[in-house]
Ligand binder design. Structure first.
Ligand SMILES: Cc1cc2nc3c(=O)[nH]c(=O)nc-3n(C[C@H](O)[C@H](O)[C@H](O)COP(=O)(O)OP(=O)(O)OC[C@H]3O[C@@H](n4cnc5c(N)ncnc54)[C@H](O)[C@@H]3O)c2cc1C
Length: 574
């Protein structure tokens, strides 16, 4: 039976899965190339996780610090990533980010301004110069609003509240996707000449996280299942400052812009403890360092009452704080009954971002499977072992554009795909399986257990014993997940939706744990208590995860040498 005959079916040139910054920027570029574009997203258009981004977008515009340029931005990014980044991505990112910001401005984004009318830039951890273009602490909202308006005006088709559960293939080539409408539970088939994955991160696998409900790693799991490779999955960033109190809001982000605007971290003794861990950069050290410092202060008994540290911006004028950090002011006032213009916030590390992701070609975002592209947080390589703040929003624009361009060009060379009905029937059977397992496992219980396990065993500090234990426990969770059960109907059924999210989270958690066990050193966001040093040998390889039959395999991939031009830029900064 043909795919089209049984399910609602849509055909397009380029299918983009995800409507965050990366997906929208890819869609705009594919449209500009004359492609028909469909964007599918599991939340509402305009509600993608990118909307939550606060502090800003890093680009060497040189509006505030004239000494900046793409070279220092490259150097900061590469050093911040502990030199494990895909150097070509880090170079393209630094070179192209300013143009992507100017373009955003031309499309209507209203950034904060310098006195002479240029885009204002603020300081952020690990950036040598003031580099973050921002709109108060609501930069993501402005970015999504602008991109969305532009895309709608250009004419993409949007399929929102629609979750993709499987990629479909025509021979070896990715040629579409299978999805369900969240409202009705009915199935949809998308046929496309090229597919871009822009589904964001994996943070919902950890208990304390800044990530939104969408961040279950679906796109990476879909790509992995379709035969694509995942890169450097051990590198998961714990942002140093999430809320720690009250319990219901634990993990919600406290933007780095608080430190960028002069916020000071202190322990229960009133000591400015960053003087000890990074006396030069203090609070504006890189996130991996600040997160470990807070964690260490708490472990050694100098934490705040609710297990964090104090972050204080109240030495700045109240009006300034309210103008520069309006969301933080309201967040603490409403959620914790704390006035941050009068006293400190309590903060602690929260799972925030994954540096690893789908392995892609730097120029095009092409994954290792034909027809498949990836951009944004779902793609790996750009940030190496640790991402600098502000470098994600710029990454979305630079590589979203590149993936959209390459996908549209690839689509031009393709005939309309043909997808056999066996694939769609399999995907439907898999999606409906939880209704067959009456009295089986509760997906909420499995998700809860997964979050506890990843938080406790695959967190900021890792050991061989913990990681091995995690793999055993993940195996048990995978067995339990085979018997996940959904009750009720397919209409608006969040328990059923979670069953598919849990499958993705289990795959990505396993990939992360395998890679974390294999990397026997500490580097960037990956800290091994049993291998505390950064080892030169490990700096020569990335770790790649791929699927062989039903097994997850891990391969060490030698890193290509850095060109002399980039070596010189790095040497100039040391
Ligand atoms: C609170 C917070 C503040 C941040 N602040 C900053 C900042 O100031 N600067 C910065 O550079 N970075 C910041 N970040 C990081 C940055 O926001 C993210 O890395 C980035 O927005 C990810 O964008 P994306 O386009 O890759 O994916 P997302 O914005 O996560 O979008 C993913 C899209 O994929 C869709 N999707 C997912 N799964 C499926 C599926 N199965 N089927 C269909 N659709 C699917 C979702 O619905 C969504 O539309 C912040 C992160 C957080 C949590």
């Amino acid at each position: 039976m043909s795919a089209a005959s049984q399910y609602e079916t849509h055909e397009t040139d380029v299918l983009i899965i995800g409507a965050g910054g990366a997906g929208l920027r890819a869609a705009i570029e594919a449209l500009a190339q004359g492609a028909r574009v469909a964007v599918v997203c599991k939340s509402l258009l305009g509600k993608a996780h990118t909307v939550m981004a606060e502090g800003g977008l890093a680009a060497a515009m040189c509006n505030v610090d004239k000494s900046d340029g793409w070279q220092p931005h490259f150097r900061d990014t590469y050093n911040g990533g502990k030199r494990l980044n895909n150097w070509r991505m880090a170079q393209l990112h630094a070179q192209e980010a300013p143009d992507r910001v100017r373009e955003l401005e031309q499309w209507g984004a209203l950034f904060d301004r310098t006195a002479d009318g240029n885009i204002l830039q603020r300081a952020f951890g690990g950036h040598t110069y003031k580099r973050l273009c921002h709109v108060g602490d609501r930069t993501g909202l402005e970015m999504i609003r602008t991109l969305q308006d532009r895309g709608v005006e250009m004419g993409f088709d949007v399929f929102m509240e629609c979750t993709v559960t499987r990629l479909l293939k025509d021979g070896d080539r990715v040629a579409g996707a299978f999805a369900y409408w969240r409202s009705s539970g009915n199935f949809v088939v998308f046929k496309a000449k090229a597919v871009v994955i822009a589904t964001g991160g994996i943070g919902k696998s950890w208990k304390i996280t800044s990530n939104s409900w969408e961040c279950t790693g679906d796109g990476m799991a879909l790509a992995y299942e379709a035969g694509a490779e995942l890169l450097d999955m051990e590198f998961v960033q714990f942002h140093p400052t999430g809320m720690v109190w009250p319990p219901g809001v634990m993990g919600i982000l406290v933007t780095e812009a608080v430190r960028g605007e002069g916020g000071i971290l202190r322990n229960s003794k009133g000591e400015r403890f960053m003087e000890k861990y990074d006396p030069k950069r203090l609070e504006l050290s890189t996130r991996d360092v600040v997160a470990r410092s807070i964690y260490t202060e708490v472990k050694e008994g100098r934490g705040s009452p609710h297990g964090g540290a104090f972050l204080d911006i109240s030495h700045k004028p109240a009006e300034y704080v309210k103008r520069k950090l309006p969301s933080m002011y309201h967040q603490f006032k409403e959620l914790a009954d704390v006035d941050i213009t009068k006293g400190p916030m309590e903060v602690g590390p929260t799972c925030h971002y994954v540096m690893g992701g789908i392995r892609v070609d730097a120029e095009t975002g092409q994954a290792s499977v034909p027809g498949l592209f990836a951009a944004g947080e779902a793609a790996g390589g750009m940030h190496g072992a640790n991402r600098l703040g502000g470098n994600s929003l710029s990454d979305l624009l630079v590589f979203g554009r590149r993936a959209g361009l390459a996908a549209a060009q690839a689509a031009k060379k393709q005939a309309a795909p043909s997808i056999d009905g066996g694939q769609t029937d399999d995907a439907a059977r898999e999606a409906l399986a939880p209704f067959e397992h009456s009295g089986g496992e509760n997906p909420y219980a499995i998700h809860h257990d997964l979050q506890e396990l990843m938080q406790n065993l695959v967190g900021i500090f890792r050991t061989d014993a913990d990681l091995r234990k995690a793999l055993v426990e993940l195996d048990t969770l995978k067995q339990r997940a085979r018997n996940m059960s959904a009750t009720g109907s397919r209409v608006f059924n969040p328990g059923w939706h979670l069953c598919s999210d849990v499958r993705s989270m289990l795959t990505l958690s396993e990939a992360c744990t395998h890679a974390a066990l294999a990397r026997k050193e500490s580097r960037g966001a990956h800290s091994r208590l049993d291998f505390p040093k950064t080892e030169e040998e490990w700096g020569k390889k990335n770790l790649m995860i791929a699927r062989k039959g039903d097994a997850m395999t891990l391969t060490e991939v030698p890193r290509p040498p850095l060109p002399a031009e980039l070596e010189k830029i790095l040497a100039e900064g040391s």
